[in-house]
Design a protein around this ligand. Sequence first.
Ligand code: BES
Ligand code: MN
Ligand code: MN
Length: 460
Amino acid sequence: MNLSSWFPANRQRCEADLFDLLRIASVSADRAYRDEVRRAAAWVRDALAGMSFDTELVETAGCPIIYAESPRVAGAPTVLVYGHYDVQPPDPLDQWISPPFEPTVRDGNVYARGATDDKGQMLTHIKSAQAWMETVGSLPINLKYVIEGEEEVGSESLEPYVKANRQRLACDCVVISDSSQFAPGQPAITYGLRGILYVELRLAGPKQDLHSGTFGGGVTNPANALCRMLASLVDGDGRIQVPGFYDDVVPLAKQEREAFAALKFDEQEFCRQLQVDGLTGEAGYTNLERRWARPTYDINGVWGGYQGEGPKTVLPAKAGAKFSFRLVPNQEPKKIFAALKKHLERVCPPGIKMELIEFHGGQGVLAPLDSPYMAAASRAITRGFGQQPVLIREGGSIPIVATLREQLGADTLLLGWGLNDDNTHSPNEKFCLEDYHRGIQASAYLWEELAKIAMASRVA
Ligand code: BES
Ligand code: MN
Ligand code: MN
């Protein structure tokens, strides 16, 4: 059998394997799912071992990392595939049409938590290698896989693993499918991702809740203080007000703005899909610029005071919020955190004790557009999807990409097979099965296209 007949002959098997993995509830954020996380790790290891790859399940303080290597092909380039088998919590459960861990096909899509982020996309790079092994009997390049289980909680164990294994992970380039196409029928190569700084602010006022009639207006209300403090972080034009926040932001180049503007993006259609009657954002920037290439501030959760039925006149003793900044490539999360803390301490009113907790951070990235790897990826996608990809940036974050650049000196090809309406991190997550199969094919061709590149600085 040759490669091109392997794909149609193995459609069902590729889908069945994806569904098997989707049945495992590998939620990294919640300790209650730890056994399922381990089951998913073992599943990925077994899939790679079944193709006679050298595999290792690397124990960490958190969730295991799967490392694998294809049989060595002397003189051929080496590609590192990164993906994650962990998923976001499925809540709110009552909004799922079919249960999150019972993969269900409707209208050519498979619905399940992790379908697109990232089990389905990650698996395309395993299936494509399987296609080569089962037809040609070998790969045209050397593949290394790092599939982690903590991406959705900040890749805490993977960072030190990469730093300690630079030699082992050495490669010519990195390949990741954990992002999206530009639109249905319009595949894309993503050359930029935003970074992130995620924090929690906790405010404490009086020793206990108080009657808001007796004490209100005379004792600082932590919920009022919280609202003022959160509001102080941004002005009406969407400009972040933390002093120094924009110091390291590289302005968007004219050429890049023109390239974004040339993409077929319909704001009205975008609003219609999200069922909103208008959009806001930083003044002076288009919607794509705001989401892909400008730093932003979003409150992710806010609490304090009475949440039960009916009114309750109370002055709550505590209030808090989780919020995050999406950063652009040159911004340093640690530096932003320090500036944020200083600003919040300055605006925190008397009578309130504040605590600012730093969660995960990650640097944004930009990959060179003119590399031979980009050209190879473009050819492979054109072959797999029957459509030439456009170049885009995206607003999401994959913190390990910057680490891989820094530690291995390798750039990443971000080849997203998902769609923007896949409901990632939200109820009814889906992945288009046709895109799954096209992704497998594009990936299989990518190994071939990358093998063709005459490597000047090949990793021996
Ligand atoms: N796959 C996403 C990242 C992503 C989203 C890339 C959209 C491109 C477009 C990834 O699984 C994710 O959700 N990352 C987190 C990072 C965080 C947990 C450090 C994110 O972006 O919020
Ligand atoms: Mn992901
Ligand atoms: Mn995610």
